[in-house]
Design a protein around this ligand. Structure first.
Ligand code: FDA
Length: 311
């Protein structure tokens, strides 16, 4: 990574955390248009249409209602209502999809007990409808609280109803992965998308990638159904190699990718017979999610700047 790339990544991730911009950004027309590449729409119905198209191409989905770092109880209640509505819609339409949820959307930043209560209501709804809730992983300040909450919900509802996410940029992740696998918690492994310091996270891409491969092997060897979430063909090839070496059936794990990124690869893997799930975010508060996507690839930023200057 060049110094300029590192700087623009840090700046974008810093800006992604500016709460005040969450509302403002939604009103900037050209930004909103550009965000559409990564976001299925602002309404549930738009997201449902996107998921139907993915299903038609042999891809599964995970809906995510965008909102995070919620600071008051009333807003967390709205999120619970939205997820219950979403799960009911998924059930009624029989689309191939589960849901992803952030605990800061449920109140984790100001009241962990409330976050657990809200998440429990959502997982209970999912359980009643035979669905599954993936609890996204956010910044390292909430890693432990997030895993504690997932463990609690897992003990109440079981491995088929709720699962965790681990990030290979965090130094602690291999240890977490081994412990969670022993408890049969389903894991989504990704690289990690937040701004983290060297005390907790690898800073060098090659260390993040090497850790990803180590943890991927732990997951695939565990006999639990996990998700390998990446668009990096080297990580995908390492996964395919390890699965072949261990003679795992294609159905032993799933690949996961983000809406709007590497559609060619998504379809190619699905056509080869691997389960592939696409993360489909929707909602009005797309700003922090969009900024994290820009930070992942500096070329995206130039695309935005060019379009804003045109418009
Ligand atoms: P890497 O960043 O090395 O990219 C590999 C290639 O993918 C690039 O060369 C490019 O071709 C393509 N690519 C990647 N990002 C792109 C972008 N934004 N725009 C265009 N092309 C892009 N993170 C987190 O912290 N908590 C979470 O809960 C989740 N959840 C999650 C779910 C799913 C299904 C996925 C796929 C990812 C996440 N992430 C996440 C995000 C993850 O941590 C990571 O930031 C991104 O996946 C990018 O990393 P890659 O593994 O794709 O590798």
């Amino acid at each position: 990574m060049t110094a300029a790339t590192t700087l623009s990544r840090s700046a974008l991730l810093f800006l992604s955390r500016r709460d005040g911009l969450k509302e403002v950004a939604t009103r900037v027309g050209p930004l909103r248009e550009l965000a559409r590449r990564f976001i299925a729409g602002e309404t549930l119905e738009e997201a449902v249409e996107a998921v139907k198209e993915l299903n038609a191409q042999g891809l599964m989905a995970s809906f995510d209602h965008l909102n995070e770092a919620v600071r008051n109880e009333a807003e967390t209640q709205e999120e619970v209502r939205e997820y219950r509505r979403l799960l009911a819609r998924v059930d009624a339409l029989e689309v191939k999809a589960n849901v992803s949820l952030k605990l800061t959307q449920c109140g984790l930043l100001f009241d962990p007990a409330l976050a657990l209560k809200n998440a429990r209501t959502i997982v209970k709804e999912a359980a009643a409808r035979g669905s599954f809730v993936r609890v996204d992983m956010e910044q390292s300040a909430v890693t432990q609280a997030t895993l504690d909450t997932v463990r609690q919900l897992h003990s109440e509802f079981g491995e088929e109803r709720v699962g965790a996410v681990l990030q290979s940029y965090l130094r602690r992740t291999e240890t977490d992965a081994r412990a969670l696998c022993a408890e049969r918690v389903r894991i989504r492994l990704c690289k990690g998308a937040y701004l983290e310091g060297p005390e907790v996270a690898y800073q060098d891409k090659k260390d993040v990638d090497a850790h990803f491969v180590r943890v991927m092997r732990v997951l695939l060897d565990s006999g639990v159904y996990h998700g390998i979430a990446t668009h990096d063909e080297r990580m995908i090839d390492a996964t395919l190699d390890h699965a072949a070496k261990q003679r795992l059936p294609k159905s032993a794990f799933e690949f996961q990718m983000l809406y709007g990124i590497r559609r060619d690869l998504q379809v190619r893997l699905a056509k080869a017979g691997f389960p592939v799930r696409i993360y489909v975010p929707y909602g009005r508060f797309w700003y922090p999610y969009f900024m994290r996507r820009l930070a992942e690839r500096p070329a995206n930023l130039w695309f935005v700047v060019k379009n804003l200057m045109k418009g």
